[in-house]
Design a binder for this molecule. Structure first.
Ligand code: A3P
Length: 309
């Protein structure tokens, strides 16, 4: 079948979402074992929704006292944002040894994150970034092509999906952590139930008002910008350090790899609406309808601003 032609090959449905099968035992183990600290901040996203950007912003914001955004030896100038944040792959011992506050990241749906993270009255903070499904799909398609080209070490690399093939799989929810709209909805509902625990950001809103969103992020993480910092333009400096232009042109992000993907693959266009250069209006209308039907009655809609949703 189509979904077994390219990595991650063997997808299996679990609790309403699709996962790479070999990955499932580790998800279950982390769910049972991981111990969240109240000071932890978990950065969550569906793949290709602005994870790299959110990680950079959170690192620069949380650690600005030790690492002013303009300092020439800032961690983000030496390491790719993905390298500055811990994930399940870091291993139990590494996670346990990290000083607080820890910045962690996941692509898991809300229902699958470690139990200790979402425990009512305990747990830790979560920041989620959501993106229009059409842009996430196109970004994923182009990223997968790059990934396959890079991973192609033998003479018969898997043939990358065409946009039509990827579209069919995506519409069916058959992609890692899909369906995308259910992934988004899970976190959105959690943010409505517990706004002090879950901050729900939108990629498109972050593009429109990056400084406003960084202020929101800082306040949520418990490190709001002080009057002095505001006067000195520190929030603007964080945004500048983490901008697409700055990160993309750093030596560390032009070279090096992440999970067999070149760092440069994480920085492409970084705009809203690029789907229209790759999908037909008919495809867009079909996906919009699937999403609209799935979300009907939930109160959530893509495209609405955080304030109006
Ligand atoms: P495009 O492929 O549409 O350009 P993720 O980090 O979750 O993998 O998402 C990748 C998407 O975020 C890509 O979108 C990428 O270009 C964009 N992106 C990466 N860094 C960014 C930044 N600093 N500012 C805005 N967008 C960024």
């Amino acid at each position: 079948p189509l979904e077994t032609r390219c990595p991650p090959y063997h997808l299996r449905q679990h609790g309403g979402f699709w996962f790479s099968e070999p990955f499932l035992p580790a998800v279950a183990a982390a769910r049972a074992r991981f111990e969240a600290r109240p000071s932890d901040v978990l950065l969550a996203s569906f793949p290709k929704s602005g994870t790299t950007w959110l990680k950079a912003l959170a690192i620069a914001t949380l650690h600005r006292a030790d690492h002013p955004p303009r300092s020439l030896d800032h961690p983000l100038r030496r390491r790719n944002p993905h390298d500055c944040v811990e994930t399940r792959d870091s291993g139990d011992d590494v996670l346990a040894a990290l000083p607080s506050p820890r910045l962690l990241a996941t692509h898991l749906p809300y229902t699958h994150v470690p139990k200790s993270v979402t425990t009512e009255g305990a747990g830790c903070k979560i920041v989620y970034v959501c993106r229009d499904p059409k842009d996430a799909l196109v970004s994923k398609w182009l990223f997968t092509k790059k990934r396959l080209a890079f991973a192609a070490v033998d003479d018969s690399p898997p043939k990358p999906y065409t946009i039509d093939e990827m579209f069919e799989l995506f519409c069916d929810g058959r992609c890692t952590c899909g369906p995308q709209w259910h992934h988004v909805l899970g976190y959105w509902e959690a943010s409505r139930r517990q706004p002090e625990k879950v901050l729900f950001l939108r990629y498109e809103e972050m593009l429109r008002d990056p400084v406003g969103n960084v202020r929101k992020l800082a306040e949520f993480m418990g490190c709001a910008f002080s009057v002095e910092e505001e006067a000195a333009g520190v929030a603007e400096e964080v945004v500048e350090l983490c901008s697409m232009d700055t990160l993309k042109n750093m030596e560390v992000n032009k070279n090096g790899t992440q999970n067999h993907v070149r760092n440069e693959a994480f920085f492409r266009k970084g705009v809203a609406g690029d789907w229209s250069n790759h999908m037909t209006p008919e495809m867009a209308a079909r996906l919009d309808k699937i999403v609209e039907d799935a979300l009907r009655g939930s109160g959530f809609a893509f495209g609405a601003t955080a304030e109006s949703a």
